[in-house]
Write a protein that binds this ligand. Sequence first.
Ligand code: ATP
Ligand code: MG
Length: 265
Amino acid sequence: MILSLEHIYKDYVQDKLVVPVLKDINLSVEEGEYVAIMGPSGSGKTTLMNIIGCLDHPTSGEYILDGKSVLGLKDNALSDVRLNSIGFVFQTFQLMPRETALENVSLPLSYAGVKKSEKKERAMKALERVGLKERALFKPTQLSGGQKQRVAIARAMINNPKILLADEPTGALDQKSGEQIMKLFRKLNEEGVTIIMITHDPGIAKNAKKIYYIIDGVISEDEEQARTTAEALEKESAIDDDFLIDEEPSEESSDEKEVTKDEKS
Ligand SMILES: Nc1ncnc2c1ncn2[C@@H]1O[C@H](COP(=O)(O)OP(=O)(O)OP(=O)(O)O)[C@@H](O)[C@H]1O
Ligand SMILES: [Mg+2]
């Protein structure tokens, strides 16, 4: 098993209101798997991805990555994990606009302290791997969307991470470019890379070997089950809220308190 999430919860606190976003997520991924995570907008996909990618901490639960618990790790150790074990691909590519494709791809090597000559050689090989060797000196504005995403994939793979995390990797692309990206993912997966991909698009999700559904913070391989559990939890929390309202002191009793206070002074 390359990673496992156990009883992961994530709450956000906004204006003193606790908003539960991930609710008891249990997910194990084997090495070499290709997993898609689907779900409606706001269901918690990116929140989950940020936790898997060690970009954010869960509120509670356990996360084992490559045999080690990562939740106790300090920020430095976490950035090492991100640099060496995980490649990231985003919907909007996130390339440095002023840098060439080659420079963008070699950026993670700079963080890893690799020598200049070796950096260039490895970045060139990575671009070759995604079929963009002849675009090495182009800047992002001179590349098509699909080409930009291929540069981003080359950058994600430059340190040979075991895991590739992709959040809507084809979301900003036309169908043909999207299919090219999916072809590239299949190739990487055949080479042994574990892929976890978020997508809205059932046609894209089909490329994965396994699909999970996340609905309102609940995850399952069975879409119906995720929905039923999410609805049951929603009802439960509505009952809790009613209970809270009943528990609040009525205006009358708070007036009484005021009076007693005045009488005392
Ligand atoms: N930093 C934050 N503070 C407060 N609430 C947040 C924060 N980040 C996300 N949320 C809330 O968590 C919920 C899930 O957000 P998330 O970004 O994970 O959804 P998503 O499934 O990725 O949606 P989309 O498909 O639109 O990208 C949303 O209701 C959102 O408002
Ligand atoms: Mg998202």
